[in-house]
Design a protein around this ligand. Structure first.
Ligand SMILES: Cc1cc2nc3c(=O)[nH]c(=O)nc-3n(C[C@H](O)[C@H](O)[C@H](O)COP(=O)(O)OP(=O)(O)OC[C@H]3O[C@@H](n4cnc5c(N)ncnc54)[C@H](O)[C@@H]3O)c2cc1C
Length: 382
């Protein structure tokens, strides 16, 4: 059996997303990064194509498909070569809305999920706080019940879409310390007391908007509670499965774009009478990277397969896929940057922008490869 188990429907969906990325993202990718701002209109355009509710129930405007389609969506959107844009879109259609889709009341779905799927209302997910990141159970933002409202106080940091969101799917403390006192609340950003502290400037994914958020006596209707009180932590942990899979696809696709660009450069660049791809040392390093990227993609696909089949092993494989892809990026990016020599530090080159020109010190005053040649000749005598 072919793996992944793609059908003609998958191929048609892939072709449609690829055309969208080539038309709507690629021509503007550099400009949006320079502006460090997300083009809000893109939500509507993606929504009109049905890309913001791929896995969601058709009753709310979704397509009722599965993670294979989410994976294809990411693989093809990334061809537009703007990782920040894809991160923002995925927060909108998976990361911030998944909990509402899975656990929200009918009214919440109608009010927030439906317009989010259409791209008319922008979503953000607020979990991380200045004092609690990995330790989600340690969040301190409180929501105190007062009649038929919750009064929210606290702050969040690193929130994607934070500056442009119409609502935040917010992790709050409604009870005892620790995971069991956590709930999830939908907070409209026009609620008095809500504020964006500052837009955070990042050194990567420039086009996604990232912000610090503040909540000061924000009164939110009690009906905005997602699921039951105290069940927020469990809901968030379940949501993380999808979020981690999404991140694996984004990382793999970003590496594919970087490696493709590096290979194209290497194939055309002559040094000492041969192209870089003809040089044994680079051929082997590139072969290693191609192999590792393929392994990363296969692991992500395997995790997708398990999640789609509802196999309990999916949880650990999703973590493996995310771990492998994230760590591979840290090896692949500098290698791809290195092969560009000095051009790997020049903003006009995609590889340089995508890797932050990480190899600068290993290029100037004689590259690392030339240093190795000198050392080898002197010490090995040949
Ligand atoms: C671009 C970007 C976008 C983001 N978007 C969002 C968003 O939309 N919404 C949101 O809620 N959050 C968002 N985040 C926040 C992200 O989820 C957190 O940064 C992440 O969970 C880590 O938390 P932290 O930064 O507080 O690091 P910490 O938890 O303080 O970790 C610091 C270091 O300690 C290590 N560490 C922590 N615990 C352990 C342990 N038990 N054992 C060993 N080592 C440990 C970590 O691995 C890390 O290396 C975003 C972050 C970034 C960079």
């Amino acid at each position: 059996m072919a793996f992944p188990p793609y059908t003609e429907e998958h191929a048609a969906f892939r072709a449609s997303v690829r055309a969208f990325a080539e038309r709507e993202i690629a021509p503007h990718a550099e400009e949006w990064d320079r502006a460090q701002a997300f083009p809000r209109e893109l939500f509507r355009r993606a929504g009109a194509q049905g890309y913001l509710g791929v896995r969601f129930d058709p009753a709310y405007g979704g397509s009722g498909l599965d993670y294979w389609y989410t994976g294809i969506l990411i693989e093809e959107l990334m061809r537009g070569r703007n990782v920040g844009v894809v991160v923002s879109l995925m927060v909108q259609c998976e990361i911030a809305t998944g909990v509402i889709h899975a656990f929200g009341s009918e009214a919440l779905k109608r009010e927030w999920l439906v317009p989010a799927i259409r791209g008319e209302r922008v979503a953000a997910l607020g979990i991380t706080e200045p004092g609690a990141g990995s330790n989600v159970g340690g969040i301190r933002t409180t929501a105190r019940r007062d009649g038929d409202t919750y009064v929210v106080n606290g702050s969040k940091i690193f929130i994607t879409n934070g500056t442009i969101a119409d609502f935040v799917t917010l992790a709050v403390r409604t009870g005892e310390p620790g995971p069991r006192g956590i709930s999830v609340l939908v907070v409209p950003t026009d609620t008095p007391g809500f504020g964006v502290g500052r837009k955070l400037r990042k050194v990567m994914a420039h086009a996604s908007e990232t912000a610090e958020l503040f909540f000061e006596d924000c009164r939110v209707p009690a009906r905005n509670l997602v699921g039951a009180e105290g069940e927020g932590f469990t809901a968030i942990m379940r949501l993380f499965q999808g979020e981690r899979l999404v991140l694996s696809y984004i990382a793999n696709s970003w590496m594919r774009e970087i490696l493709d660009a590096a290979l194209e450069y290497a194939g055309g660049r002559e040094v000492f009478g041969m192209t870089l791809t003809q040089m044994p040392v680079w051929r082997h390093r590139l072969a290693d990277l191609m192999t590792e990227l393929e392994a990363s993609r296969l692991l992500t696909w395997y995790a997708t397969d398990l999640l789609c089949r509802g196999d309990a092993a999916g949880e650990v494989y999703v973590s493996m896929a995310k771990l492998y892809a994230g760590e591979l990026f840290k090896r692949l990016a500098p290698e791809c940057d290195q092969i560009l020599g000095g051009y790997g530090c020049m903003e006009e080159y995609f590889v340089a922008r995508a890797t932050g020109g990480i190899s600068g010190f290993a290029i100037g005053a004689g590259t690392s490869e030339i240093m190795r040649e000198i050392i080898a000749r002197r010490r090995l005598g040949c």
